[in-house]
Write a protein that binds this ligand. Structure first.
Ligand SMILES: C[S@@+](CC[C@H](N)C(=O)[O-])C[C@H]1O[C@@H](n2cnc3c(N)ncnc32)[C@H](O)[C@@H]1O
Length: 280
């Protein structure tokens, strides 16, 4: 296996996954909202990690509570050539998609190996409806086939540059609070949690088996206050509503217009205000 070269300014990397709530289009605003100086970068709810790939920090810690996502990042960092080989085996048809989707229903799923599971996640992400990652209560991936005209293809160059960007990165599985032991004064932490549903009909909240509701939003804010007391620089994205504004009343709040890309009703796609809270 060959190891990808470290990323350079000439070799931009972008997220290799399309992720619900992904921040790709807000990266300029988020960069402007980042602190002027910081030591190490932490993104403990990384999803597609758009801001990480945009900033390409020298030293970074990425984590998420989704085990399949974390496995895909590790395989991309450590075994990109094998991953590309495995991805090239996939076909694009509805029947094949559902065969690959069903694999996590088997008790032997984990025995498939890390590279095969990583390639499955990337394949499903590129061919499923709207690039969603959504699981049911049993943790089974349940997004339907996307029926797109553009057939699945392996974006080899993008995977190589994303892999290069990940070389000096620690990638771990866990709840966002697990970074507490590692994070130090003057480190920068960017939190992008699942948002509270805007309305009763917008039902997408389940990136993982555990829902992220009001209690978790309060825990996250409390954790941000703990980090603030330690001298850590914190930035949080969230939805624009009275509850979130109240939670972050002691933080600096900025508003930004964001395109809401993932909604099952195309008529409901549009621009909405989101909030960015910082403790600096
Ligand atoms: C809005 S997405 C992040 C999107 C990301 N900023 C991007 O640019 O693609 C939220 C992420 O938080 C993760 N997550 C949900 N609950 C979590 C928890 N308790 N601890 C850590 N990660 C969590 C989800 O798996 C999901 O990947």
């Amino acid at each position: 296996m060959s190891v990808a070269k470290p990323a350079t300014d000439n070799q931009p990397a972008k997220p290799f996954l399309k992720w619900a709530g992904g921040k790709r289009k807000l990266c300029d605003f988020l960069t402007e909202s980042s602190p002027a100086n910081w030591n190490r970068y932490f993104e403990p709810m990384m999803g597609g990690a758009a801001l990480f790939f945009h900033l390409q920090p020298k030293q970074a810690f990425l984590s998420d509570s989704n085990p399949e996502l974390v496995n895909a990042y590790r395989v991309l960092r450590d075994s990109v050539e094998l991953l590309i080989e495995e991805l090239e085996k996939h076909q694009d048809s509805e029947e094949y998609y559902y065969r690959i989707r069903e694999l996590d229903r088997s008790p032997d799923f984990l025995k498939l190996g890390n590279v095969v599971r990583a390639s499955r996640l990337i394949y499903l992400n590129k061919t499923c409806f709207n690039g969603l990652f959504r699981v049911n209560r049993k943790g089974h991936f349940n997004v339907p086939y996307g029926k797109y005209e553009n057939k699945f293809s392996v974006a080899k160059e993008d995977l190589l540059s994303s892999s290069a960007a990940l070389q000096n990165t620690e990638i771990s599985l866990g709840n966002f609070q697990a970074i507490e032991e590692q994070v130090e004064k003057d480190d920068f932490v960017y939190f992008d949690p699942p948002y509270l549903p805007i309305s009763k009909t917008s039902s997408f909240t389940s990136y993982t088996r555990e829902p992220f509701g009001i209690n978790q939003q309060v825990e996250l804010r409390n954790f941000c206050e703990k980090l603030s007391a330690k001298g850590v620089k914190v930035m949080v994205s969230n939805s624009n509503n009275e509850f979130i504004r109240g939670l972050y009343a002691d933080f600096t709040l900025r508003e930004v217009l964001a395109a809401r890309a993932i909604n099952s009703k195309s008529t409901k796609r549009g621009k909405i205000l989101e909030l960015v809270a910082t403790n600096y």
